[in-house]
Structure formats: structure tokens, C-alpha cells
Design a protein around this ligand. Structure first.
Ligand SMILES: NC(=O)c1ccc[n+]([C@@H]2O[C@H](COP(=O)([O-])OP(=O)(O)OC[C@H]3O[C@@H](n4cnc5c(N)ncnc54)[C@H](O)[C@@H]3O)[C@@H](O)[C@H]2O)c1
Length: 419
């Protein structure tokens, strides 16, 4: 239905002047990647803002910051547009300067972008020009009234209107909260490992508390991707710029960084020396349903394994036909889980792709040199994996299943010898 309604209404251009001439509302949605310092690199936003300023024609425009931009960027973009207007040799500037800047942060999840666009939890509009905010509300009206929603009977989507800085902060605060929630449960998982508790059960027990909620309580090897790392770092950096030490957020980042290496600790606990051992990495992308490898935990694990002298093989369902650019050349790329498992001393599940749920683990186990699986996403059923003949180690799920399977193998070997 959506594609039928959009038919003939969507066009693409690389001509900025044509784009500016076309729209009453102009969205800036360019990348804001992290700089090595942790700040956002806003040069692409700057280029577009200046470009818009060069082409404004006096008709009223709303310029929307959809990119995740540092707090204060709304005013900065406004200033850039005015500067670009001043540089034009078409005075008076006031004739062309009829525009407003609105912050409209984006909350969609990679991998379900279209669904999330039509089924948002809320729409945030930041600005101080009522005319601009009204125009934005009318633009979003079909989504707000659930015309494209999976469940049209739901109440209308809440629209939160704020000042510019608050809207910009909402985006950072939302991502920082979610990232911190994952780091929190990962920390709990690490304590679970030590005291013999199972973090999956703990997460279920706390997640049913409506004040906590069940989402983002899956322990594992931590968050990655293009948004959480850069947005949390940018907020820490902004806080520092204003003389505030964001201790909690820094701890969330540090916990996440060390969590990536948790898989390595677990491998070392089981295999002891990793030099010369063959480790298969199941999944490379930072999460399933996306080809995004930006800041994916699998790459840190691979780097450390190589540093320790392990031989590394890798399989990702989205990178069967072409090799990710950043994958070290010494990593053997595999075109199937079977090719990956053959000869391995351990498998590390780094991305919870649904297809990994239904692999024939019994068949994989028989071709492995040592049947061990480290489930870096706690996404598999330990009992089923153990049943399939692999030692299973999750993150914060206790060591019992792995110990049990080791004992099982020892018993099997004894029985075989006796026979
Ligand atoms: N990816 C997400 O899930 C997500 C979610 C919410 C918010 N965001 C935010 O949205 C923004 C874009 O993220 P992304 O993941 O799509 O980034 P991206 O790097 O994948 O895409 C950015 C695009 O902008 C284009 N671009 C750069 N300069 C341009 C210019 N001057 N004119 C026209 N196009 C230009 C690039 O070629 C690229 O195609 C970022 O600020 C990000 O934080 C992303």
C-alpha cells in the first residue's frame, strides 16, 4: 500500500539547487561519524547547510536537522545558512532569509528502518518557530494518525515538541540510556559468571518489572554499530566541553569495550593457549538484518585472536560473495557454517543471525577439532547445543553446561575405550 501511494512521487537528484527549489521542508540527513577524539564530525552537515544557504530563493523553508548532531547545532546550522546567504552577491539578504531550523531526531533501528518509520514510538520536533512546527506536524500527520501503521487501531503517535537544544539532547540521551542499559546487564552477567547465576534468568526476573522493562537486557559481547558508540562518545565529549565529567557514560563505554574481549577470556579459560588454535567466528555484522560492520565487536575479537597467534576463520550470511574491506587478510573467509566449523577448536557466535538458531550443530560438532561454542549473544539454547555434542559457554550463564558436556565427552571416551 505504501509503495503504491508513493508511486510517482519520489525522485532523486544530485543537484542541490534543484533539491532546494523543490522542497518546502528540507531534511539534512547526512552522516555525522565520530572523529578520533570522540566528537562528531559535522563537516557534512556544514557542507549541506552552506549549500542550502547558497540556493534559498526567498520562499519560506523549514530546514530539518535529521542527522544526529551535537547539541547547539540547530543554531549553528542557522548561522551557516545566513553566512552562505551573505556570501552571495544578491542583496538584500533579508529577501532570501525566510527560513526556520527544526530538530527532528531519528530513532529508527538499522535493519527495520521502513517499519520503524511508519510505526514510531514518538516524533520529536524541536524549534521555536510555531509556523515551522505546525508545518512539520502536518507533514507527519499520516504517520501520527497511523495511516501506514502495522496496527492502525493503535492510539495516535505522540508528538513531543521542545526547544532546539532539548530535541538534540533527547536523541543523545535515548541512545546513551539504551547503551548504558546493555552495559549494565553485561556487568551483571560478568558478576553472574563469578557467582554461578544465569543472567538470562536474572534479565527475565528484572525485565518483568514495568519500571525496568524487558528490552535491551540481553547480555553478550556488547554494542557496536554506527550510532551507540559515536553518540555516547559525543555526549561524553559535549559534557566535557561544558566542564562536566560524565562518569556513568564513560563507564558504560569502558564496560562495553572490555565486554568485547569477554569472549576471548572464555576461550582462554577453556582452551588455555590460543596460539595455533583455530577459531571460527559466526557473524561479523554488529547486529543481524544489516550489513553494517561499523564498530562491530567481531572485529575486535578477531584482532585480539590474531594478536595471540590464533588462526581465524569467519562466516557471515551477508558476506558470502564479497569480502568486508576491513577484514584482515589472514582471516579465512568461509562460505558456509560447515566450512567454518571444519577443524575449529572453538566457534564464537558474534552476531545473532536467526539462521544460527537452526544450524545442524551435531553435524558441525563432528567436523570440529574441539567441539566448543562460545555464544557471544546468549542467543542459543545451552541444552540443545550441549545435546548436539558441543561444550556451550554463554556470557553470564554459568559454566555448568560446558562442564557437563566436557564430563559427557570424558565418559563417552571411557565407554569407547572400554568397548
Ligand atoms: N543509521 C541509523 O540507524 C541511524 C538512526 C538514527 C539516526 N541516524 C543518524 O542519521 C545520520 C545519517 O546516518 P547514516 O547511518 O544514514 O549515515 P551514512 O554514512 O550511512 O549515510 C550518510 C549519507 O550522506 C551522504 N552525504 C554526505 N555528504 C553529503 C552532501 N553534502 N550532500 C548529500 N549527501 C551527502 C553520504 O554520501 C551518505 O550516503 C547520522 O547523523 C546518524 O547519526 C542514523
Amino acid at each position: 500500500m505504501q509503495s503504491a501511494m508513493a508511486a510517482g512521487k519520489l525522485s532523486f537528484t544530485t543537484d542541490l539547487a534543484a533539491g532546494v527549489a523543490h522542497g518546502d521542508v528540507l531534511f539534512i540527513a547526512v552522516g555525522t561519524p565520530p572523529l578520533p577524539t570522540g566528537e562528531s564530525d559535522t563537516r557534512y552537515v556544514e557542507a549541506v547547510a552552506r549549500g542550502i544557504g547558497q540556493h534559498l530563493d526567498g520562499r519560506y523553508r523549514v530546514i530539518v536537522n535529521k542527522s544526529t548532531v551535537p547539541i547547539g547545532s540547530g543554531d549553528w546550522v542557522r548561522g551557516l545558512i545566513l553566512e552562505a546567504l551573505l556570501e552571495r552577491d544578491t542583496p538584500p539578504v533579508s529577501r532570501f532569509a525566510d527560513f526556520s531550523v527544526v530538530s527532528n531526531p531519528e530513532f529508527l533501528r538499522e535493519g527495520s528502518a521502513v517499519y520503524d518509520t511508519f510505526n514510531p514510538d514518538r516524533i520529536v520536533l524541536g524549534g521555536n518557530d510555531l509556523q515551522a512546527l505546525e508545518l512539520m506536524k502536518s507533514l507527519y500527520e499520516p504517520i501520527v494518525s497511523r495511516q501506514f501503521a502495522a496496527d492502525p487501531s493503535l492510539p495516535s503517535v505522540p508528538v513531543v515538541t521542545t526547544d532546539l537544544a532539548s530535541a538534540e539532547m533527547i536523541k543523545y540521551a535515548a541512545n546513551a540510556f539504551l547503551a548504558t542499559k546493555i552495559s549494565f546487564i553485561n556487568e551483571v552477567a560478568n558478576i553472574c559468571d563469578r557467582v554461578g547465576a544465569d543472567v538470562s534468568q536474572v534479565a527475565q526476573g528484572i525485565g518483568l518489572d514495568s519500571r525496568i522493562g524487558p528490552k535491551f537486557l540481553q547480555a553478550g559481547i556488547g554494542w557496536g554499530g554506527s550510532c551507540f558508540p559515536k553518540d555516547v562518545s559525543a555526549l561524553v565529549h559535549t559534557a566535557a566541553d561544558y566542564g562536566y565529567d560524565a562518569v556513568l557514560l564513560k563507564a558504560a563505554v569502558a564496560t562495553n569495550q572490555s565486554q568485547r574481549l569477554r569472549a576471548l577470556d572464555l576461550l582462554q579459560q577453556s582452551l588455555k593457549i590460543l596460539k595455533g588454535k583455530t577459531i571460527g567466528i559466526l557473524g561479523l555484522t554488529f547486529k543481524p538484518h544489516t550489513d553494517d560492520l561499523r564498530d562491530a565487536p567481531a572485529f575486535d575479537i578477531i584482532d585480539q585472536l590474531l594478536r595471540l597467534g590464533a588462526k581465524v576463520k569467519a562466516y557471515d550470511p551477508l558476506y558470502v560473495d564479497h569480502c568486508p574491506e576491513d577484514l584482515p587478510l589472514s582471516v579465512q573467509r568461509c562460505s558456509s557454517p560447515a566450512q567454518l566449523a571444519a577443524g575449529c577448536d572453538a566457534l564464537v557466535l558474534a552476531t545473532d543471525w536467526p539462521e544460527f538458531q537452526t544450524l545442524d550443530y551435531s553435524a558441525l560438532a563432528t567436523t570440529m577439532h574441539n567441539p566448543l561454542l562460545v555464544d557471544g549473544r546468549n542467543s542459543l539454547d545451552p541444552a540443545a547445543i550441549t545435546q548436539a555434542g558441543l561444550a556451550y559457554i554463554g556470557i553470564g550463564r554459568g559454566v555448568q553446561p560446558a562442564v557437563m558436556v566436557t564430563q559427557l565427552h570424558a565418559a563417552q571416551r571411557l565407554t569407547a575405550k572400554a568397548a
